[in-house]
Design a protein around this ligand. Structure first.
Ligand SMILES: [Zn+2]
Length: 412
């Protein structure tokens, strides 16, 4: 396939931006992430005639006579130079973008402060642009977006989905991600900048179709989410209305029953895994009448789940299983109670260790020298239905088991 390549002047790109024909931040792009040093370096490079890497633009379908292009790759560079020329603010702290340069003739200057010579130089500089037409088949578009983004800021899975599977589903994900409901439950906008909210909503749509509360909750893997998004890309809002309502209602019930605070996460803004598991549980139990008493019990159970070691497991199935186990324990019609025997006791471990001849770690195959370095691990994980009995027990090093992420250690 042939893509149009051209050398475009910065003047032209600035004009295109001004007239709305060049979109710097389509919703799939993350925000501006450069710091002032990186931004200054780019302007210096232009003034020093160092060739710039090429940028990728995507021609969007549009009803008007204008050709509207979105930046797929090269957003940081284009934003820097266009904002500099227009004297716009790039950073939260400063009003206008002023260079912070080791060259005295550039340091502290805005575009307006430069000499006419320097201004002309910047405006006349050409950047190689590659344009991707809007009519390419979706499958090709998909791989293309993934490949193009090999630069410094590769798109993550959700950002790729957002540009290859446009349509009602994607529109809903984007608009709902900005709703007050998501503002409360899904972290603050400074921390959550890579479409994590959209991804959370997509997982909930997927789970609402795939899981009715019985058996293990499926893991919403990248492959499954990609397929779900492709499958529904061309469906209308009316087709998807039921799913959208179910997800929104479940989120509202989470908010009123448990609140947003228990889902806060210091570094990631919010605990996506916990929120997905909990919301999917509410969705699967949509007929539940949330009396005050039951609401309190659910909230307490969620707090207990949070205090459980397995809640911090990096294995998503373990974490999900523990949340569902605690939430299920609130249901009167569900006789299932928390399994008190989901860990091997220390006494059992000691007995197994002492009776073992080779005392060999099932993970690294090296000898376990003494009992204090030892753990008993489920061969089939408890979260996957493995029982806590002798047949399913294996000796491991404490450290090896912890690295595996199951956090079942009694010697922790
Ligand atoms: Zn080991």
């Amino acid at each position: 396939m042939q893509y149009e390549k051209a050398d475009e002047s910065i003047r032209n790109l600035v004009e295109n931006y001004r007239s709305g024909e060049l979109i710097l931040s389509p919703s799939f792009q993350r925000g501006y992430v450069w710091n002032i040093k990186q931004a200054t370096k780019l302007i210096e490079s232009i003034l020093l005639s160092i060739p710039l890497p090429s940028i990728y633009l995507y021609e969007t379908e549009s009803n008007s006579d204008k050709t509207i292009r979105e930046v797929i790759d090269g957003k940081q560079r284009l934003t820097t130079v266009i904002y500099f020329v227009l004297g716009k603010s790039l950073f939260k702290s400063s009003k206008k973008f002023k260079l912070v340069s080791k060259y005295a003739e550039l340091n502290g200057k805005t575009f307006q402060d430069l000499t006419n010579e320097q201004k002309k130089k910047i405006c006349a500089t050409k950047i190689r642009t590659t344009e991707i037409p809007s009519n390419i088949p979706p499958e090709i578009k998909y791989t293309l977006f993934e490949r193009v983004n090999v630069g410094s800021v590769p798109l993550n899975a959700q950002e790729v989905r957002n540009c290859v599977s446009r349509g009602s589903l994607n529109d809903w994900l984007n608009s709902t991600a900005q709703s007050a409901l998501c503002d409360r439950l899904m972290g603050n906008v400074d921390q959550v900048t890579r479409m994590e909210r959209q991804e959370t909503l997509l997982k909930l749509c997927y789970l609402s179709a795939e899981w009715n509360g019985m058996g293990q909750m499926p893991v919403s893997s990248k492959t499954k989410l990609d397929a779900y998004m492709r499958l529904h890309a061309n469906h209308t809002e009316k087709d998807l209305e039921g799913t959208f309502k179910a997800v929104t209602n479940a989120l509202k019930r989470v908010l009123t029953t448990i609140g947003e605070v228990p889902f806060y996460h210091r570094s990631r803004g919010f605990d996506q895994r916990a929120l997905v598991a909990t919301t999917a549980w509410f969705n699967a139990n949509k007929d539940l009448v949330l009396t005050n008493g039951l609401g309190d019990r659910i909230r307490e159970s969620f707090e207990e789940a949070k205090a459980d070691r397995d809640f911090r497991s990096p294995a998503i199935q373990v974490k999900t299983a523990i949340i569902l186990e605690y939430l299920d324990s609130c249901l009167d019609h569900n006789p299932k109670r928390l399994d008190p025997n989901r860990r091997y006791s220390r006494a059992f471990g000691e007995q197994l260790f002492n009776s073992s001849k080779d005392k060999c770690c099932a993970i690294c195959n090296n000898k376990i020298l003494n009992f204090d370095d030892c753990d008993v691990d489920h061969r089939t994980p408890w979260a996957l239905g493995g029982r806590t009995d002798e047949a399913n027990a294996q000796l491991t090093h404490n450290r090896c088991n912890r690295q595996k992420g199951t956090k079942e250690s009694f010697n922790a």
